[in-house]
Design a protein around this ligand. Structure first.
Ligand SMILES: *Cc1c(COP(=O)(O)O)cnc(C)c1O
Length: 504
């Protein structure tokens, strides 16, 4: 019986011609697929010989299937080999989540993982991740400590808030504040601030989930402090101000100032909460980014609690931070939702290390998003000229390359009106369309993401690390030398190793 099963294992050549194996050889080298198939067949033979598989006429369940008759055995074996092949591929292929080169010039690109971390943040994460830590242990008293204690002092110093709470992201922070302070009651918000941020974050929907009722005041373009005041009633729990982030209404526009709202809050005793979205720890207007509010200014003006993201302008890990009055923050911590929204040790480690890099001068050197914002157009032009020369020396026959004035943007809904001047490399391939060149760049061992425009690809070096120019160069070379590309783990590791050495 086991003989029959053994005989139904097809030959390796037969298996290599199967649909699933052929599909795989698009991504993997054929020898690798052959080796995988050989291992799987050997393993199956061993299992059958050792009696792990029931006989053909045996009706016992095996891996959820009942095997009856020779034909069924053949089908079953084939399906089992396919299953194992797919599992093997999933286990051994390149990670699904991987680094890419961002050559788009969009500094905080939500689709590309927002802020890259500062080296200090990476080191802190690695340290805490690879060992035990005092996440919830008080080293002075030798007793259980509070997770919330991490980053407290730093956040206080940097924002002026008395206390802070860190959540999974800013959306979670907003949910937590609204639920804690306004569940079952009303929140007054200006019609002009009922925004949708990308990725399905809509203020009215978060409000509904929090159990708070929305009380819209004013009109889309104009809302006065009197509108807020008139709407206050016994049900009012919170005054809300939302940074409009990814859009601006211009022209005949008015919204109450932070001072006016803080005053109204003082007079009425109703707390005021500001969702700053990105928020800056330091004033970055000297880079031309003028419409992002500094967090400390809102606190100083008397806003009761403020929330912002960790991975936008701050340049750290995905997180939401709420800062403000001690008593108010205490209530947030006591909300049972906090257990579901809290962050892990990795986030605290990265956040703490990133926060320590602020003042502006230090951040400019070490926090990637600040560094990219600070890069001057002269610096970018010099890099672009050198890089263009290098590409055209190597590939001048196939790629036409020009330099153009252009614009980088902040991204992630921050400072939507601000663009930063840059110099773009425009590449026109004499053989490939821009779309197919971009496709090849995206399938490079380290994928490269660019902008395309009028059948050219545009490279903005503002968001490209100096060392990553090598990746782009290597990709262009390999595309034109038609080297085997795609899934080659050895090459991937070589390149990644070289770059990491440069970075660390
Ligand atoms: C980005 C943003 C959010 C959501 O922040 P996440 O950290 O992405 O969850 C909420 N509110 C505003 C105003 C934003 O700009």
């Amino acid at each position: 019986m086991s003989g029959e099963l053994l005989r139904s294992i097809p030959s390796i050549d037969h298996l290599l011609a199967s649909e699933s194996a052929v599909r795989l050889t698009n991504d993997f080298n054929r020898d690798r697929v052959r080796n995988m198939l050989r291992e799987i067949s050997d393993q199956l033979r061993k299992e059958i010989n050792s009696g792990m598989w029931p006989g053909i006429d045996d009706n016992r369940q095996n891996h959820g299937a009942t095997i009856r008759g020779t034909e069924a055995a053949v089908d079953y074996i084939r399906a089992e080999i396919d299953r194992r092949l797919e599992r093997q591929v999933a286990l051994t292929s390149d990670p699904v989540l991987r680094r890419v080169v961002n050559a788009t010039g969009v500094i905080i690109h939500t689709n590309l993982g927002r802020a890259p971390f500062a080296k200090a943040a990476v080191a802190a994460m690695a340290e805490v991740a690879s060992h035990y830590s005092n996440l919830e242990y008080d080293l002075t008293q030798g007793v259980r400590g509070r997770r919330e204690s991490h980053c407290q002092k730093l956040l206080s110093y940097l924002t002026g808030g008395e206390a802070a709470v860190v959540t999974n992201n800013n959306a979670a922070a907003v949910l937590l504040v609204l639920n804690t302070y306004a569940e079952g009651g009303e929140v007054i918000v200006s019609r002009g601030e009922l925004v949708e941020i990308g990725g399905g974050f809509r203020i009215p929907e978060v409000m509904e989930k929090s159990g708070a009722r929305l009380r819209e005041v004013g009109t889309t373009n104009r809302t006065r402090i009197e509108d807020y005041e008139r709407a206050i009633n016994t049900e009012t729990r919170l005054l809300l101000r939302v940074h409009p982030s990814n859009f601006r209404v211009t022209g005949f526009v008015k919204r109450p100032t932070v001072d006016e709202l803080a005053n109204l809050s003082r007079r009425t005793g109703i707390p005021v909460f500001e969702d700053l979205g990105s928020g800056c720890l330091v004033d970055i207007s000297k880079y031309g980014v003028t419409d992002e509010p500094v967090i400390a200014q809102s606190i100083r003006a008397g806003i009761s609690i403020v929330s912002f993201s960790g991975d936008k302008m701050l340049g750290g890990p995905q997180a939401g931070v709420v800062v403000g009055r001690q008593a108010m923050i205490e209530r947030l911590r006591a909300n049972p939702l906090m257990r579901a929204l809290r962050v892990d040790k990795i986030t605290y480690a990265a956040l703490e290390a990133t926060l320590k890099l602020y003042d502006l001068e230090k951040a400019e050197a070490e926090v990637p998003v600040i560094r990219d914002m600070a890069a001057t157009v002269d610096y970018l032009r010099r890099r672009a000229i050198l890089f263009a020369e290098r590409i055209s020396t190597a590939l001048g026959d196939t790629i036409e390359i020009t330099l153009e004035e252009g614009e980088s943007v902040i991204g992630a809904g921050s400072a939507p009106q601000v663009t930063l001047p840059t110099v773009l490399l425009a590449l026109k391939d004499k053989v490939l369309s821009a779309a197919s060149l971009h496709k090849k760049l995206r399938s490079h061992v380290i994928p490269i993401i660019v902008r395309t425009e009028r059948d050219r690809i545009l490279i903005d070096l503002r968001t490209v690390e100096k060392e990553e120019e090598e990746v782009i160069f290597e990709a262009l070379l390999s595309i034109h030398r038609a080297e085997p590309e795609g899934n080659n783990p050895e090459r991937y590791t070589d390149i990644a190793r070289g770059i990491n050495d440069n970075l660390m």
